[in-house]
Ligand binder design. Structure first.
Ligand code: FEC
Length: 316
């Protein structure tokens, strides 16, 4: 092991993961379902959704790769030679454990973990952290984690700019319609997260309120999306329930801001751009969506500063 590597800090950048090809969808879905293979109907339905987003491409892979590279560049600017990024995915290769193992093989002794999702839930970020922590302990790596960054000023700035831009587009596409509603959204989770005092809902509302204030948006609300296909009750209302209520209230134009997500992927490109878009057309409403962050420089700075801060806090 080189002396240099032993002093470098590993950064485990964790993301949801996506299949590598259509043949991979079954294994991916089985992993999401904790080893239970989906029924043929569920599998066909999921493959259909991937087919619908530009013919079965998996944009999340390229976007995650870009974000990891972008974070590495930004860290290099802020602290030359100090950090080296590794990727660890929740439901696809390279898995979180693979990323930790790669760090160990490279001789890394100290690492910071960060998830490409700004809000903490025991069921989301908490479970990424647990897997990374367990593997790091086994490999003798000392790890610290960024748990959330939902109020980082640069994240809020990037999202506020997108809301302002979305409102301009909406004004053009709806012919200057006055009854405009901004709908902030995020991935739903099972209602049982409330039993453990999970901060997820509160953090999402805080992000939404901060952006609304900065963009001077008076008429907004939060709604859920993309609930899983399980028997558990999920947090609601879902966007597909919210849209008809808004139409009933006379809202004619909606800007969706999926602040719980940071990339273009299935839950945005299908659930919003295809499904919610079709629902709004049925209701005679205009719907626009804010652009996703992907490799936005302000998002890269948010991640880099959060990593450095987590490391500094640990040293104190
Ligand atoms: O583009 C892609 O290929 C992947 C898009 C994708 C993202 C994503 C993010 C989150 N999920 C979260 C929670 C759950 C829970 C279940 C669940 C199920 C699915 C299924 C697909 C899927 N999720 Fe996902 N999620 C993405 C895709 N998710 C596909 C399976 C089919 C379906 O139900 O639609 C339910 C698991 C179970 O069966 O018990 C819970 C959360 C996030 C946002 C935070 C994060 O990125 O980690 C929370 C992107």
């Amino acid at each position: 092991m080189s002396e240099h590597k032993a002093k470098q800090i590993g950064v485990l950048v964790m993301s949801y993961g996506t299949p590598e090809s259509m043949d991979d969808v079954e294994a991916y879905y089985t992993h999401i379902r904790r080893g239970n293979a989906p029924t043929p109907e569920l599998l066909a339905e999921l493959k259909g959704r991937y087919e619908a987003i530009v013919g079965g491409v998996f944009p999340l892979r390229e976007n995650t790769n870009g974000q990891v590279a972008g974070l590495q560049d930004k860290l290099e600017q802020l602290a030359p030679g100090q950090f080296v990024c590794y990727q660890g995915l929740k439901h696809a290769k390279p898995y979180i454990e693979d990323g930790v193992e790669q760090m160990a093989k490279a001789g890394i002794k100290q690492a910071v973990g960060i998830v490409l999702a700004p809000h903490f839930s025991t069921m989301s970020v908490g479970s990424y952290i647990k897997r990374a922590q367990d593997k790091a302990a086994e490999q003798g790596i000392e790890m610290t984690f960024v748990k959330q960054y939902h109020l980082h000023p640069k994240l809020l700035k990037a999202l506020t700019e997108r809301v302002e831009d979305g409102l301009r587009r909406l004004s053009d596409s709806s012919g200057g319609e006055e009854r405009v509603k901004v709908l902030f959204s995020a991935h739903s989770l099972p209602v049982k997260i409330r039993e453990v005092g999970d901060p997820y809902e509160q953090q999402l509302l805080e992000t939404s309120a901060a952006i609304a204030e900065a963009a001077n948006v008076k008429d907004w609300q939060f709604t859920w999306q993309s609930a899983g296909r399980t028997r558990d009750p999920w947090l609601g209302p879902d966007i597909l329930e919210t849209l008809p209520v808004l139409a009933e209230e006379g809202v004619k134009a909606v800007l969706v801001a999926p602040v719980g997500f940071v990339s273009d992927h299935l839950e945005v490109l299908y659930d919003l751009d295809i499904e919610a878009q079709a629902a709004s057309k049925e209701l005679d409403m205009t719907l626009e969506r804010i652009a996703m962050l992907n490799r936005d420089p302000l998002y890269m700075e948010t991640l880099a500063e959060s990593v450095i801060e987590a490391l500094d806090n640990r040293k104190e």
